[in-house]
Design a protein around this ligand. Structure first.
Ligand code: URP
Ligand code: ZN
Ligand code: ZN
Ligand code: ZN
Length: 445
C-alpha cells in the first residue's frame, strides 16, 4: 500500500513552557518504523514571531534532519495585516496551503478573526484548519474546579466536556460557510463534535473535513483518572480523551462511514518530568501524546482486524485522503507511475506489542503501552530508499525532503510548477482540471 501520511505532528514544539521531546530526526525515524512515509508538522510562531518567520524557523529545524518527507501547516496565533501578507507569501513562494487557527489556549482567536482568516484562505486557495474547543468556557470551568480543590489530571476532561468541543465545531463550520472556505477540523475527539460536523454537512454540504487521532481510536479518558499521576498526566491532550468507553469505536465507525476522513497522530510528546509541571494544577500539564510510530498498527488493529473497516478504507484514512485534501495527490497517497516511491508492504498476520522500551521515539512513555497489534510493516520504502527491510529499520538522517503543498488555483495556478488533479471519465479518458480547480478537487475527494 502507499506509505502512510500523518498530517498532524508537533516535533520540537515549544509549548506550555516546555518543548516536545521528539525532534525531526527521532520523530520521522519513528514514523518510518511504523509505516508512515510523509508527515505534515505545524510551524508555530513564538511570541513576537511572524508566521513567515515561524515557517523559516521550522525549515531550519527540520531540513537535513528528517528521515522521511515532510510538509508544513502554519499556525496563525492572531490576526493582522502582517499575518495576511505572510499568508500571501507562504502560499505563493513557500509551498504552504494550510493554516491552523485555535479557538482555545492563550493564543485563541475570536469569531471575527476566524472570519477574516477563513476569508483570506478562501481567496488564496488554502485550507483553513481549526482546533475547535470553546476556550472561554474552558477557562471558567477550570477556574471553578481549581477553586473547589480539583487540581489533578481528571480536571482536564471535566473542564472541557464534549459539548464545548461540539459548540466550537459548529461555530467554525458556520463561519467557514459565510465565506465559502474549505474547513478541516483537526483532532476530533468526541461523538458529539462529529455529530455537529455531520449535521452541518447534511444541511449545507460544503467542504468540511474531519480528522481524528490514533489515540482517540484506541484508548479512552478513563486513563486520565489513573491513581498514578504520571500515568494520568501522560494521557492528557486537547481536546481530551473521552471517559465514554464507547467513543473509540464510535469514532472508527465515523471513519468507516466517511463522516470523518483522516487520521493523524497529533504526536506531541513530553517526558514524565515535563508532564510533572502540572503536578498541582492540571492546567499546567503540557498537552500531548505520542502516536506517530504506532498510528498505522493501532488503526489496523482497531479498524481492520476488529472488522469495522476494510483494507481499502484503511489506506484512504491513513494516506490517500490526506494527500487529496492537502493537494499532494497523486504525487503521494497512491502507488502509480509518476508518484513518489513511498510504499509499505504490510504483514497483517504478524503482531507486535507496543512498549516505550522498544519504540523509536525519544519520549519515555507510550500511551499504547502493552497493546498487541496485528499489522506490522515488513518493508517501508521512502522515496525509493528501503528504510525498513524485513522488519529491520535503516533510516538515513536527511533523506527526507520538504514537500510543497501547493494552493488550489485559480490563485496561483502554474501547470509547470504544481501537480494537477486528473479526472478520469467513464470512457477511460483522463482530463486535467484547470477550471475552478479547488471546487472540482475537493468535490472529487
Ligand atoms: O494536546 C494537544 N493536542 N497538543 C498539541 C497541540 C494541539 O493543539 O494540537
Ligand atoms: Zn522566505
Ligand atoms: Zn490543536
Ligand atoms: Zn496538534
Amino acid at each position: 500500500m502507499p506509505g502512510g501520511i500523518d498530517p498532524h505532528t508537533h516535533f520540537e514544539f515549544e509549548f506550555m513552557g516546555t518543548k516536545s521531546v521528539d525532534d525531526f530526526y527521532h520523530g520521522t525515524k519513528a514514523a518510518i518504523a511504523g509505516g508512515t512515509t510523509t508527515i505534515i508538522d505545524f510551524a508555530f510562531p513564538k511570541p513576537g514571531e511572524s508566521p513567515l518567520d515561524a515557517y523559516h524557523t521550522y525549515r531550519l529545524k527540520a531540513d537535513g534532519k528528517v528521515c522521511c518527507d515532510y510538509g508544513l501547516h502554519v499556525c496563525l496565533t492572531g490576526w493582522s495585516d502582517q499575518v495576511k501578507k505572510d499568508m500571501d507569501l507562504l502560499c505563493r513562494d513557500h509551498g504552504v496551503n494550510s493554516f491552523k487557527l485555535f479557538m482555545c489556549y492563550d493564543f485563541m482567536v475570536d469569531d471575527g478573526e476566524l472570519y477574516s482568516a477563513f476569508e483570506h484562505c478562501k481567496n488564496l486557495g488554502a485550507i483553513a484548519q481549526v482546533h475547535a474547543e470553546n476556550g472561554k468556557i474552558i477557562i471558567k470551568n477550570a477556574e471553578k474546579l481549581i477553586a473547589k480543590g480539583v487540581t489533578g489530571p481528571e480536571g482536564h476532561e471535566i473542564s472541557r466536556p464534549e459539548e464545548v468541543e461540539a459548540e466550537a465545531v459548529n461555530r467554525a463550520c458556520v463561519i467557514a460557510k459565510q465565506v465559502d472556505c474549505p474547513l478541516y477540523i483537526v483532532h476530533m475527539m468526541s461523538a458529539e463534535a462529529v455529530e455537529a460536523l455531520q449535521s452541518h454537512r447534511n444541511r449545507y454540504g460544503g467542504n468540511v473535513y474531519g480528522e481524528t487521532l490514533a489515540c482517540a481510536l484506541a484508548i479512552d479518558g478513563r486513563q486520565c483518572r489513573h491513581e498514578c499521576f504520571a500515568h494520568a498526566a501522560g494521557h492528557i491532550l486537547s481536546p481530551p480523551l473521552r471517559s465514554n468507553a464507547q467513543t473509540p469505536t464510535m469514532l472508527m465507525k465515523f471513519l468507516q462511514a466517511d463522516i470523518l476522513q483522516v487520521t493523524g497522530s497529533d504526536n506531541c510528546t513530553f517526558n514524565q518530568s515535563q508532564k510533572a509541571l502540572g503536578k498541582n494544577d492540571f492546567r499546567k500539564i503540557p498537552n500531548g501524546v505520542n502516536g506517530v510510530e504506532d498510528r498505522m498498527s493501532v488503526i489496523w488493529e482497531k479498524g481492520v482486524h476488529a472488522g469495522i473497516i476494510d483494507p481499502s478504507r484503511f489506506v484512504a484514512i491513513t494516506s490517500t485522503n490526506a494527500a487529496k485534501i492537502y493537494n499532494l495527490f497523486p504525487r503521494k497517497g497512491v502507488i502509480a507511475v509518476g508518484s513518489d516511491a513511498d510504499i509499505v508492504i504490510w504483514n497483517a498476520n504478524e503482531t507486535r506489542t507496543i512498549s516505550a522500551k522498544t519504540h523509536h521515539q525519544a519520549v519515555d512513555f507510550n500511551v499504547f503501552e502493552g497493546m498487541t497489534c496485528h499489522g506490522v510493516p515488513e518493508y517501508v520504502i521512502v522515496n525509493g530508499r528501503v528504510c525498513v527491510d524485513e522488519g529491520q529499520l535503516r533510516v538515513a538522517e536527511g533523506h527526507g525532503r520538504f514537500i510543497e503543498t501547493p494552493v488550489f488555483p485559480p490563485y496561483v495556478y502554474d501547470p509547470e510548477k504544481y501537480i494537477t488533479l486528473l479526472t478520469e471519465h467513464k470512457n477511460g479518458t483522463v482530463e486535467q482540471n484547470t477550471q475552478n480547480f479547488q471546487k472540482i478537487h475537493l468535490e472529487q475527494y
